[in-house]
Design a protein. Structure first.
Length: 378
């Protein structure tokens, strides 16, 4: 069964959004579009519904959820003065701020035991309308199975959850294509916990221009954690609310090295010099290539054209973000494909040709989707 063909493209009207809002209020799981990726939504006030998100995704309880709201005056958290300034600059948008949770009884499970929750107002009309109609905070991780590629279309969500009780609102492709940027204020520092579609340099420029925010220094440190639990442990941990057995990795929740991963082995192909060209020591008939511009095309001989795509022919980082997860999902279902080769955004060559603010986020997503595996090559 080719599940991708089974899904139909619905027209969304207000009646349907009313139904979706009702379902959320009743504790059902509803996948909905945002400007970043599709979210797997549940009523953030309902502990059982939240647990069902973790179960559906097979996600360990140590990985906290983002809560989506539509009103910056009702965040369910502590609200230091500067929050209004951030809201002014970045909301609605791909900006998630981690604050101390004060009003949700479900904080323990939402926050993975940290007491703080990530909050954002998404910049997508359907998501905002849904939040207004439901009139509850909606917890939503990306609507993909744990470690799999994040979904940027309803078909992607369907492919991961077709055999589970998940309702899906189909509103076409997501505008940005990668997740929100997650930040946590700590004293005078803003720690970026996850890179995303709002670039670090954009945040920096905006806060530097703001009288009340310019005292913040931005900190970003790559964290690549190994997943410690195996699938059986995760399943045991998720059995029911009475037996929540949390092993929180407080230091960097959710920052796993294996993330956004296709179901076949993926490698970053990295060149040591700009003129490198050589036959690669793997079977190119069984290899899918995901390029940027024509960099790999120009250097690899005898690959299979039908298994080749580029993130952006014109070196446009925004277009590359828009296409990345869609192409990774395309790659993993190519017939006979044994591995994916990914373009390396992290070479000196690239620092000469790429100055786009979104490169850092792209590099991070690609590094994780290859679980950090690189093939070096003279
Ligand atoms: O763009 C997005 O953020 C999407 C859409 C649906 O809004 N959501 C999303 O959620 O990507 P998720 O669960 O796939 O990723 C959220 C990540 C967590 O893995 C964790 O790294 C970080 O955000 N995070 C969330 N809440 C946190 C908290 N309380 N403390 C630290 N990190 C947190
Ligand atoms: Mg996710």
């Amino acid at each position: 069964l080719d599940v991708q063909k089974e899904i139909h493209c619905g027209i969304i009207n207000l009646d349907e959004l009313h139904i979706a809002a009702k379902l959320l209020q009743q504790g059902e799981l509803v996948a909905f579009p945002t400007e970043t990726v599709y979210g797997l939504g549940a009523n953030a006030k309902n502990a059982q519904a939240i647990l069902n998100i973790f179960k559906a995704k097979k996600r360990p309880l140590s990985d906290p959820l983002i809560v989506h709201v539509h009103d910056k005056n009702n965040l369910y958290t502590d609200k230091p003065d500067y929050v209004d300034q951030f809201a002014e600059l970045f909301w609605p948008g791909p900006f998630t701020i981690v604050l101390k949770s004060t009003q949700l009884e479900t904080t323990e499970i939402l926050s993975a035991g940290t007491g703080s929750i990530g909050i954002r107002i998404p910049n997508n009309e359907i998501a905002l309308e849904l939040l207004k109609l439901a009139n509850i905070p909606i917890a939503a991780p990306s609507a993909n199975l744990f470690t799999h590629i994040s979904p940027t279309s309803a078909a992607h969500v369907f492919n991961d959850f077709y055999d589970q009780r998940v309702h899906i609102i189909d509103a076409g492709r997501c505008d940005n294509g990668i997740e929100s940027t997650v930040i946590k204020p700590l004293g005078n520092e803003l720690h970026i916990l996850r890179l995303g579609s709002l670039a670090k340099d954009t945040i920096l420029n905006k806060i530097n221009q703001s009288e009340s925010l310019k005292h913040f220094a931005i900190k970003y440190e790559n964290k690549y954690m190994q997943i410690e639990e195996n699938e059986e442990d995760i399943e045991k941990e998720l059995q029911d609310l009475q037996h929540l057995d949390r092993k929180s990795s407080m230091e960097a929740p959710g920052q796993f090295l294996k993330h956004y991963s296709a179901r076949i082995n993926s490698f970053i192909l990295t060149f040591k010099s700009i003129n490198a060209f050589q036959e690669i020591d793997i079977n190119l008939k069984e290899t899918v290539i995901i390029d940027f511009g024509s960099e790999l095309r120009n250097r690899i001989a005898n690959f299979d054209e039908t298994k080749y795509k580029t993130l952006s022919l014109n070196y446009d980082a925004k277009e590359a973000m828009f296409n990345l997860y869609d192409l990774l999902r395309w790659a993993e279902i190519q017939q006979g494909a044994q591995q994916i080769l990914l373009y390396d955004f992290d070479t000196e060559i690239n620092h000469q040709i790429l100055h786009h603010e979104n490169i850092l986020s792209l590099q991070d997503k690609i590094f994780r989707s290859a679980s950090g595996q690189k093939i070096y090559y003279q």
